[in-house]
Design a protein around this ligand. Structure first.
Ligand code: TYD
Ligand code: MG
Length: 455
């Protein structure tokens, strides 16, 4: 019989090593983590010889029996992120900061699904039945078929699943459940990985759509186990700013649909409500004819989203000028300010610059570059842009304005919200397109500033 040997595992990234020490992978990023010993469970019975129980099939011959069927959750914004509804037998991981509203979202969805899909079992390792009942009452009447249990032992959860036969299972959270057979503590990499695998088998074996809540570390990744992200079918992040009511559910991995889709919600007195027109929501308080304010037409997945970028450029005191950025990438903004300085000749070295995306929204794509540059230029010159204008375009280091994808979807959304003009990259205009508003192509930042803000 083979000698039993311990393995040593990193609790952060799951790296396994034969010897104790620090994790070499994490050390590269400057964090030195002790590897934790993990005993191997003694093998039971004689080793099995490899007899294949699987049989390769031609893909064309494969039959779908029930699997892959979708049920609408009754929440359009969630269905959109999942790729068109909840897939039977799928495993979905929802991550997010504490207090952002993961439990609220899942409790609301549970209620809706219990009505339309069949029994739902909500397992919580974090809250008692009383706490959940109080929350559920705030959210409205709970339908029949919505079961709750406060439990952390995964074997007990499996027994409940056998008894109740739910169509949907919610585990809040994966870091609190554990398998008693494993020595490590709940939330450790080995527990999370084993529990995740067991739940995966349960979901696939019985066709139960399963939602797992995952906690997020300070760095913003789902705590500890990146292993879990590989295992599950879908990974969603629930995000938002603490002081704003809006929340965004973002798909980062999806085996059943496209990623980068977003669903937008608003947190209120009675839980989350869907925001069907997020652009209108983000633009609601836009000041008219204010210098430094620019509306950009960005694209989140397949969904166009209009957001307002605000910049304030003011003379700096002594020393290094300040740069403060909220809702956009800091380094990207610094780069764009440098382009404005070098290619258009604005002396921004002597100016403080503050950039904010209004309403607590966030822009991540390069297509917002031109909007950021124009907001800064408009504030510096103290000249407002036309208020019925949207801007799109990526900016390169030479000051050139580069093409963007999905121009038509962006412009359609802008027209639907009453905008009458758009400034877009010259190279995105193919000539044959007809657009729902006045379109002006620009080739460089210099040209855009001259055309829109005057010489
Ligand atoms: P919760 O769902 O417990 O967050 P998570 O599970 O992600 O940790 O959300 C808790 C927050 O949501 C809390 O700060 C209160 C707020 N909230 C409302 O504003 N309205 C509501 O109707 C509910 C249920 C919660
Ligand atoms: Mg919670």
């Amino acid at each position: 019989m083979a000698r039993e040997r311990s393995t040593y595992r990193c609790q952060e990234c799951g790296l396994a090593a034969a010897k104790p020490g620090t994790c070499p992978d994490c050390a590269r990023t400057g964090t030195y983590l002790q590897l934790v010993e993990e005993r191997v469970a003694p093998a039971r019975g004689p080793a099995r010889t490899a007899v294949a129980s699987s049989r390769p099939q031609q893909i064309g011959e494969i039959r779908l029996d029930g699997g892959g069927e979708r049920v609408s959750s009754g929440m359009g914004e969630l269905d959109r992120v999942l790729g068109g509804g909840v897939v039977t037998g799928s495993l979905v991981l929802i991550g997010g900061d504490p207090g952002i509203g993961k439990s609220t979202l899942l409790l609301q969805v549970s209620g809706l699904l219990a009505e339309r899909a069949g029994p739902v079992l909500y397992v919580s390792g974090e809250e008692s039945a009383g706490q959940v009942k109080l929350r559920a009452d705030r959210l409205g009447p709970s339908p029949a078929g919505l079961y709750f249990v406060a439990e952390t032992d995964l074997q007990a959860v499996e027994a409940h699943v056998t008894a109740i036969q739910p169509r949907i299972l919610i585990v809040d959270s994966i870091q609190t459940v554990y398998l008693p057979g494993l020595e490590s503590a709940p939330g450790s990499v080995s527990q999370v990985r084993e529990c995740g695998a067991r739940l995966m088998a349960l979901a696939k074996g019985r066709g139960i759509a399963t939602f797992l809540v995952g906690h997020v570390t300070k760095e913003g990744a789902i705590a500890g186990p990146r292993v879990l992200e590989h295992l599950v079918d879908t990974v969603l992040y629930f995000e938002g700013e603490q002081h704003h009511a809006y929340r965004v559910l973002r798909g980062v991995k999806n085996r059943f649909g496209s990623t980068n889709e977003i669903g937008v919600f608003e947190m209120g007195e009675r839980g989350l409500t869907e925001v069907r027109n997020p652009s209108g929501f983000f633009l609601a308080e836009r000041p008219k004819d204010a210098a430094g304010s620019v509306v950009v037409a960005s694209l989140e997945g397949t969904r166009p989203l209009l957001v307002e970028i605000q910049a304030l450029v003011t003379p700096a005191g002594f020393g290094t000028p300040r740069r403060t950025v909220l809702g956009a990438d800091y380094n990207r903004v610094c780069l764009l300010l440098a382009v404005l300085e070098k290619r258009v000749g604005f002396p921004l070295q002597s100016q403080d610059a503050f950039v904010n995306v209004a309403g607590g929204a966030r822009v991540a794509e390069p297509a917002a570059d031109l909007g950021l540059v124009l907001a800064a230029a408009s504030s510096y010159l103290d000249r407002p842009l036309r208020s019925d204008l949207v801007v799109v375009g990526e900016v390169g280091l030479a000051g050139e304005v580069r093409a963007v994808t999905g121009l038509e979807a962006r412009l359609k959304e802008a027209a639907a919200l009453g905008f009458t003009g758009a400034v877009v990259p010259q190279s995105s205009l193919t000539g044959r397109g007809t657009y729902p508003l006045d379109v002006q192509g620009v080739g460089s930042v210099d040209e855009a500033v001259k055309v829109l803000l005057g010489p």
